[in-house]
Design a protein around this ligand. Structure first.
Ligand code: HEM
Length: 129
């Protein structure tokens, strides 16, 4: 079986003309170039979402099962998921540095253990910024 092609949003956005037209619907990418001028709902509505995610407008119309079947015949691949991977080292380190500088604690914690040397100074500085 052939591997499923994966497209970035940027790549898809380049296919936004009537002669080269991709749509994303529910995370799947469709090449609708040959269909755009045959669309029973008119060319205009498809051109408006050319090269973009058309899930909402497609669903809002309440397309028939025939329409869904037709859509599947234009399937060319999937939208590449954009996952932001948090840096596991940087995030906690930044938080603890901020904590040390700003002395981010609850009032009762602060009462038990008064602020260290420069914390009040840095706090005032941040408030002034
Ligand atoms: C490749 C994608 C699409 C396919 C295969 C498709 C297919 C169809 C078909 C077969 C119909 C006739 C009615 C039905 O069977 O449901 C239709 C009607 C319609 N479509 Fe699409 N459509 C597509 C995309 C879109 C998009 C993205 C929009 C909106 C932005 C849209 C808006 C409409 C409208 C307004 C009608 C007329 C509905 C009516 O008169 O009741 N279509 N479409």
């Amino acid at each position: 079986m052939a591997a499923v092609r994966s497209f970035t949003k940027e790549e898809i956005s380049k296919h936004s003309s009537p002669h080269n037209l991709y749509l994303v619907i529910h995370g799947k990418v469709y090449d609708c170039t040959k269909f755009v001028n045959k669309h029973p709902g008119g060319e205009e509505v498809i051109l408006e979402v050319a090269g973009q995610d058309a899930t909402e407008p497609y669903d809002e119309v309440g397309h028939s099962e025939d329409a869904d079947r037709l859509l599947r015949s234009y399937y060319i691949g999937d939208l590449q998921e954009q996952v932001s991977i948090p840096n596991p080292i940087a995030t906690p380190t930044l938080l603890s540095v901020a904590n040390i500088i700003l002395d981010v604690r609850t009032p009762s914690q602060r009462h038990r253990n008064p602020p260290h040397g420069l914390a009040p100074f840095y706090q005032t500085l941040v408030l002034l910024c």
